[in-house]
Design a binder for this molecule. Structure first.
Ligand SMILES: NC(=O)c1ccc[n+]([C@@H]2O[C@H](COP(=O)([O-])OP(=O)(O)OC[C@H]3O[C@@H](n4cnc5c(N)ncnc54)[C@H](OP(=O)(O)O)[C@@H]3O)[C@@H](O)[C@H]2O)c1
Length: 320
């Protein structure tokens, strides 16, 4: 017989140094550091490790958890992990959590399991809610822009999702500049203003600044959240001495070893010595840079251990 340990969240969870930032022009405050479930929380990962990381995150004030229909692997399994956590640990804390999910990439076979049709978005969110044991998500994203589906169809489906009470707020991820402008107008005109834009922004990839997207969001009161803020681990001490056997680069296709060019390696070493000179870690330096950009609401970190998460959380004291 297994004895389940009942989780009681730390009474100090809002006094542990987390900073909450207003998300654009909205009523929502998000923690400066959010936790993402893309990897490390899937069916292939040990559930107890995922549970330990999420409990620790919540105890440190990370109440925003970022998911998508296809996170895992396998697809859907990160949401299943979330569902089990909701059932076993977090049901009493549901109203303290801000949970997002997304649809936009290939999820099931056939023409209705991908991209941005009303059919796909509606069905996908239904499935996500079932997997996560939730009645609603706090934030529903279009995971990517669909150039083939009329933009009004995608956006109206999102508006209707809010009207149905299945999501409280709307976001878009990786949409191009012009489509983002249209989305901002359309959603504002339908009384479901765009809450947040999600894109990769880090020391290596500054595209949202260069494209003007960050400025566009700021001008319209839309929050901005950065994904892969540590470039999947490159912007940490993980690869400074080679490629560890248990690292994402050694075990997953999403971070191929050829990303680690000699030029990048030199740059990482330089940033690392600058960080050391300041008495901080490379991860802290990388996160600090993002969080100091105007209109960045939060960064979504991934973590395969509590130690990594704590390293990332160390950034907060540098912001004060
Ligand atoms: N909207 C989109 O299209 C999109 C795309 C990608 C991601 N996202 C979101 O963004 C989230 C974060 O993305 P990400 O996982 O790529 O973020 P990340 O924080 O850049 O990378 C996470 C990985 O970096 C390593 N790491 C993290 N902190 C570390 C530390 N302090 N020291 C050493 N290594 C550390 C770990 O690698 P090891 O596993 O090797 O230990 C960890 O798995 C995702 O979970 C997802 O929610 C969204």
């Amino acid at each position: 017989m297994t004895i389940k340990t009942i989780y009681e969240a730390s009474p100090q969870r809002y006094d542990n140094g987390m900073i909450y930032e207003r998300c654009g022009r909205s009523g929502i405050l998000l923690p400066k550091i959010s936790l993402g479930f893309w990897h490390n929380f899937g069916g292939v990962d040990p559930f107890e490790r995922s549970r330990t990381i999420v409990r620790h995150a919540f105890d440190q004030g990370i109440n925003h958890l970022d998911l998508a229909n296809n996170y895992g692997p396998p697809y859907g399994s990160a949401e299943e992990t979330m569902g089990r956590l909701i059932k076993e640990d977090f049901a009493p804390y549901r109203d303290e959590l801000f949970i997002s999910t997304k649809a936009g990439y290939d999820m099931w076979p056939g023409p209705y399991g991908n991209w941005g049709s009303r059919k796909y978005l509606m069905a996908s969110l239904e499935q996500s809610l079932r997997r996560m044991n939730l009645d609603y998500v706090d934030l529903f994203y279009s995971h990517r822009y669909d150039p083939e589906t009329p933009i009004e169809e995608t956006l109206q489906a999102m508006v209707d999702i809010v009207r149905q009470g299945k999501a409280l707020y709307l976001g878009i991820s990786r949409w191009p500049y012009e489509a983002t402008k249209k989305a901002i107008d359309y959603l504002a005109n339908h009384d479901t203003p765009l809450l947040i834009y999600q894109d990769r922004l880090n020391l290596i990839d500054k595209t949202p600044i260069e494209s003007g997207l960050l400025e566009l969001c700021q001008a319209h009161g839309v929050g901005f959240i950065s994904f892969s803020p540590l470039a999947q681990g490159l912007l940490t001490n993980r690869y400074l001495q080679g490629i560890p056997k248990d690292s994402r680069m050694a075990t997953k296709a999403c971070l191929p070893p050829d990303r680690l060019t000699p030029e990048l390696m030199n740059q990482l070493r330089l940033w690392n010595s600058e960080a050391e000179a300041q008495g901080i870690t490379l991860a802290e330096k990388a996160l600090l840079w993002i969080l100091q950009q105007p209109n960045v609401t939060s960064v979504i970190v991934g973590a395969s251990s509590v130690t990594q998460l704590d390293d990332n959380l160390g950034t907060l004291k540098l912001l004060k």
